[in-house]
Design a protein around this ligand. Structure first.
Ligand code: HEC
Ligand code: HEC
Ligand code: HEC
Ligand code: HEC
Length: 433
């Protein structure tokens, strides 16, 4: 009797002590992270598998997560933009203004964000961080304080990857002061902060070129679309976001005395079951109106340039001699490709039109539905090439693409982002003619 009582008392004592100790020092912190958006303001919706992400859904998801946990820290490793031509400026501006509504705590900077010049970035009003920026127009770090914890966010732009490197003169936007970065990380850690470093470098290079000793969390170079599994590199937790803004990553940290003791990781996809955020509605309508205005301007210019006869004739002309093929094609989804764009309100977006009509941006190709209504949808000439010469020769002249590999024809449009499930053997039987 005495024995069992004493052991119970002892057990109780131990439990009480443990409870008191952990209650004093343990806490938890939720961290949402993302990486390269790569210019994907919205998903194209070309396929179910690709219909993930977009800023409107991201806003809803973040609002929901914050409602559950107002203390969430939300950070990005940057790489928001993807600029290939002057036409990408409009979208870039809207990505930056859209991102402003998401309430990120810190955003790293990548070279691609600077493609339209640093001014656009500096004026965006976003919480950028560029730890080795050449002057003080951007902060070298950001301190985020939540539920008693402190997170110090750093971001390193690799000088080796600078697109300005090949240029003459002193266009240096960043320095290569790794020792300075190291000192700042060490100081932040000594001040009790959890240090986070974001960089475009892959883990291997980050580990060899930057000093990770005082980095608690490294956000390494984004992977294509899918998030990588977190790994431990020494004492550093290494995260790898997925690109194109389809998902968000979440780590729940258990902190003891302000240091990471354990973590749990989760990837949150953004399918179309997440509704668009009401607060983003005006922003999105403005964007589409601006896209349409830019498009109409372009059409006007092109109409003026249009001269002479188009090399494209349109499917009706082919029908005269190829009735069987035409009948099969008419019943295929290709014939409806432009209608499907209209159905989602995107028939004025050049980014979408190019694969949903005949000869967009090519001489004599699709301009708009009034001027070139006979070239709407994916037609015979999308695959076989412009047919006027063939028609005028009553079939004696081969079509321009007659020596093309079949798969090459499809690859013009059935690209990974827009048709992730594409396999020639699976798709061809559906449209064989
Ligand atoms: C005036 C009749 C006529 C019209 C109109 C016509 N074709 Fe043809 N086409 C032919 C004939 C005849 C052949 C067979 C030629 C041969 O076998 O040498 C042929 C062959 C083809 C072939 C197979 C050979 C090759 O060159 O690849 C394709 C593909 C083709 N046509 C596509 C089209 C398309 C696309 C259009 C509309 C842009 C079209 N044709 C309009 C008469 C026509
Ligand atoms: C690189 C070419 C390409 C571009 C650019 C493109 N699409 Fe598509 N789209 C496709 C292909 C290919 C499919 C068929 C996908 C499949 O079934 O595998 C498709 C299918 C679709 C569909 C039909 C989906 C369904 O459920 O039947 C819609 C709607 C659509 N795209 C909208 C868009 C919008 C909006 C944009 C611009 C944001 C866009 N597309 C840009 C190639 C493209
Ligand atoms: C999505 C792409 C695509 C579209 C759209 C398309 N074709 Fe084809 N067509 C092909 C391919 C691929 C072949 C097969 C070529 C081969 O077998 O080497 C082919 C074959 C043909 C042939 C030759 C048939 C034979 O027996 O050799 C003709 C004629 C033809 N197409 C006419 C048309 C006409 C007319 C249209 C529009 C009404 C059309 N095609 C639309 C891709 C397309
Ligand atoms: C000019 C761009 C373009 C080319 C070239 C093209 N496609 Fe497509 N394809 C599309 C678009 C856009 C859609 C979606 C149409 C829609 O539903 O609105 C589509 C849809 C399809 C579908 C229907 C998907 C489904 O699940 O039912 C099949 C099948 C297909 N394409 C096969 C092919 C094959 C095979 C080739 C090559 C021989 C090819 N396509 C070439 C743009 C293209």
């Amino acid at each position: 009797m005495f024995r069992s009582l004493s052991s119970q008392v002892l057990l109780l004592l131990i439990l009480t002590l443990c409870g008191a100790a952990s209650a004093a020092a343990a806490s938890s912190l939720g961290l949402i992270y993302s990486g390269n958006l790569d210019g994907e303001l919205e998903p194209c919706g070309c396929s179910e598998a690709g219909d993930l992400g977009g800023l409107k859904r991201r806003a809803t998801l973040l609002d929901r997560l914050r409602a559950e946990n107002p203390q969430l820290v939300v950070i990005s490793s940057g790489g928001l933009l993807h600029v290939e031509g002057a036409g990408d400026r409009l979208k870039s501006e809207y990505i930056l203004s859209g991102f402003k509504q998401l309430g990120y705590d810190a955003i790293g900077l990548q070279w691609r964000d600077l493609a339209l010049g640093p001014e656009l970035v500096l004026e965006a009003g976003l919480p950028w961080v560029a730890s080795n920026w050449h002057d003080d127009s951007l902060p070298a770090s950001r301190l985020i304080e939540r539920s008693g914890a402190r997170i110090a966010f750093f971001s390193w732009l690799d000088p080796q990857q600078s697109p300005l490197q090949q240029m003459q003169g002193s266009h240096t936007l960043v320095d290569d002061d790794v020792a300075g970065l190291h000192r700042a990380l060490r100081q932040a850690k000594a001040d009790g902060a959890i240090t986070v470093l974001a960089t475009e470098l892959p883990l291997k290079l980050a580990a060899s070129e930057l000093v990770l000793e005082d980095v608690d969390i490294l956000i390494q170079r984004s992977a294509y679309e899918e998030y990588g599994e977190p790994v431990m590199q020494g004492k550093t937790l290494v995260l790898q976001p997925g690109s194109r803004g389809m998902r968000l990553g979440r780590v729940d940290l258990t902190l003891v005395d302000g240091r990471i003791q354990s973590w749990q990781h989760q990837v949150l996809p953004m399918p179309d079951t997440i509704p668009d955020a009401e607060k983003m509605r005006d922003w999105y309508e403005d964007y589409n109106a601006a896209v349409k205005a830019a498009y109409l301007k372009r059409v006007e210019l092109r109409k003026q340039r249009e001269q002479g006869q188009s090399p494209y004739v349109g499917e009706e002309v082919c029908q005269a001699c190829h009735q069987t093929e035409h009948k099969i094609w008419s019943a295929s989804d290709h014939a409806m490709a432009y209608d499907d764009l209209e159905a989602v309100g995107k028939s004025f977006d050049p980014e979408c039109i190019q694969c949903h009509v005949v000869g967009f941006d090519k001489p004599g190709g699709f301009v708009d539905m009034n001027m070139t209504g006979h070239l709407m949808g994916v037609q015979c000439e999308s695959c076989h090439g412009a047919g006027r010469a063939h028609v005028e020769a009553k079939g004696a002249v081969a079509l321009p693409n007659s020596d093309w590999d079949k798969e090459k024809m499809c690859a013009q449009c059935h690209t990974q982002p827009h048709s992730p499930g594409f396999a020639f053997d699976k798709y061809w039987p559906k449209i064989r003619h």
